[in-house]
Design a protein. Sequence first.
Length: 86
Amino acid sequence: MFGAIRDVSKSDGELLKLLGDASECARFYLFSKRRQKSCDGMGELDMIKEEFEQALNMLTTYCKEKGYVLADIQYEIDSSAKDLAK
């Protein structure tokens, strides 16, 4: 799914920004998840995950509004993060 979005983002500046934001959040989320021991008990990982989910929702909502994606977008957080962090 994100491969097609990357292709379209080359001609849509707003989509490119949203994709960049989601990708950055994805990389930070994956890094934090690997280092989870330093985040336990403080809620930081939950906040980072929530921030990534918000960025991902903004990206997918924009794509649906612009007609880039016609179907309802279903995603799993960890696999989406891995794909976006590439």
